[in-house]
Structures are given as C-alpha cells and as structure tokens.
Design a protein. Structure first.
Length: 264
C-alpha cells in the first residue's frame, strides 16, 4: 500500500479491532478471549486493576507478544498475516522503558526513523520539532541511560510519533512526566487526535482518562467487564468510583494490626 492509501482511512472505520484475543503464561490466563473495537480519531482508554492484563493486551497489539488465539487488525490490516503493514500504522510507547539506551537521544530518534524507512532529512526536521515541543533540546546529545525517567519517557514518546502513525499505543504515558511536560504532551496529542489520529492509552490516572478519553474499556482478570463512552461506563459515579466498583470494591483491610505497634 502507498503512503497516500495508508493515510486514507475512512472516517469512522476502526483504528483497531481485537476479536477473541487470548494469552496465557503457563497456567495464568492473562487475557481471556477479549473483543475490542477502537474507532479512529479519538482517545480510547484501557483501564484495569494491577494484573488485569492491560500490558499483555497492549504488547499483543504492538506485536511484541503473539496471541494464543484471536485476531488483531490495525486500520483493517491483519497483524498476524501482514505484520509490517500493520506495524507501520502504529507508534508504541511500551510499559517498561527498555530501549537502546547507550545511544544519545538524537541517535535513538535517527535510528528509529531509519527503521521506519524515513529519509534522513525528514528525521532531522522532525527530531528538531519533537525535541522543541517536548523540551528535550539540551538532552539530545546525551546518552539515554543518563536521562531521568520522565526524560526517557519523553524521548520514547518522540520515537513513537516520529513516523506520524495513524494509531499511538501508549502504556502509562504520563507516569514520571512532570505536570508542565504532561500538559505539553497532551497538547501535541490533542492536535494529533483532532487531525484524525487515534490514541489508545492505558493509565491508572482516572482523572486524566475521564478528561481526555471518548471511550474506555475496563479489563478485570483478563476480561472486558465494561466498554462504552466514559459517560456510559461511569453512570452517576466518578470514573474512579466506578473503577473501584468494577475492580471488586474496597473491602476491609485486616491483619495489619502489628503495623500500629511500633518497634523500638
Ligand atoms: N512474562 C510473564 N510471565 C508470567 N506471567 C506474566 C507475565 N507477564 C504478565 N504475567 C501475568 O499476567 C497477568 C496480567 O499481567 P499484565 O502485566 O498484563 O497486567 P496489567 O493490567 O498491565 O497490570 P499493571 O497495572 O500492574 O501493570 C498477571 O497475572 C501477571 O502476573
């Protein structure tokens, strides 16, 4: 497919679909046959308590893990049968900040651009734009292993966006990012979504999800317990209250009385 064809996703056609997707690790059913449809041109939130299967789901979507069963389509392209076509439509910020951290920020973005088949001049221009927008200018000459957690996240976000994909898959994009930088990243993402891009994000920040997402899916124990617009899912509650309810409520904390008797 040509770049022009790639850009021409029909308005309203899904940016991502999952059908019957499952993944087990030994005896642990991390993701148990989920269906999801993420419409194009919106923020879509994937929520769930610790261990619910969010990272496993995002890793399968980004092609880092192979599902045991089920089908994943990125802008209509089957990830299993056409992985290159599907992956070039996607930019990914993985959960753990594993990257080629012996490279400088500039080298990492150059390397990413080359892997994406971009022209060096375009990579250089976009690197300058992204570094300016994300306040990374001074850091580009330093190796990524010397970055703070927030700076690493920002340079990896820049790497996810450099080839202007149709879908951004972001696992906890704002964790460790300071509020001023987070506001800037959101501004960039808002403009991206307004121009038809799709952001699938996983976050434990309920306020953020409630503020930016049009639709959400709540994953609990590897299954989609609830899916819909934010208003549909939260009903009369806040999204956080609804999340706690779906995750099984607060329960009583018992058996930690020893914590209240201090040792010498
Ligand atoms: N590599 C692995 N090997 C074995 N079990 C795993 C592996 N990765 C994840 N799991 C298990 O799969 C389940 C889902 O984990 P996953 O990391 O997808 O959850 P999550 O929703 O992203 O959690 P969190 O919010 O804590 O990041 C958990 O029970 C976890 O222990």
């Amino acid at each position: 497919m040509t770049e022009a064809e790639i850009r021409e996703t029909e308005p309203g056609s899904p940016a991502l679909t999952l059908q019957g997707v499952s993944k087990s690790y030994g005896g642990t059913h991390a993701v148990a046959g989920i269906d999801l449809e993420v419409p194009a041109g919106m923020y879509y939130g994937l929520l769930g308590p610790n261990g619910a299967g969010k990272t496993t789901t995002l890793s399968m979507i980004s092609g880092l893990l192979r599902p045991d069963r089920g089908e994943i389509r990125v802008c209509g392209v089957d990830l299993r049968t056409h992985p290159r076509d599907a992956k070039k439509r996607m930019g990914v910020l993985p959960d753990r900040l594993r990257t080629f951290d012996r490279l400088t920020g500039r080298q990492l973005l150059y390397y990413t651009g080359m892997l994406r088949g971009m022209k060096p001049g375009v990579v250089a221009d976009r690197t300058a734009d992204l570094a300016g927008a994300l306040d990374l200018g001074d850091a580009l000459g330093r190796v990524v292993s010397d970055y703070s957690a927030g700076m690493t996240k920002k340079v990896m976000l820049a790497a996810a966006m450099i080839h202007s994909p149709q879908l951004l898959v972001l696992d906890e994009p704002f964790e460790a990012v300071d509020p001023a930088s987070a506001a800037k990243v959101l501004e960039i993402l808002d403009a991206y979504v307004a121009s038809g891009g799709t952001v699938l994000l996983s976050s434990h920040g309920m306020d953020l999800i409630e503020k930016v997402c049009t639709r959400v899916a709540v994953l609990v124990a590897g299954q989609v317990l609830e899916e819909g617009t934010v208003d549909e899912v939260k009903g009369d509650l806040t999204l956080e209250q609804r999340f706690v309810e779906l995750a099984g409520g607060l329960g009583e904390v018992e058996g930690l009385e020893w914590l209240h008797t201090f040792s010498d």
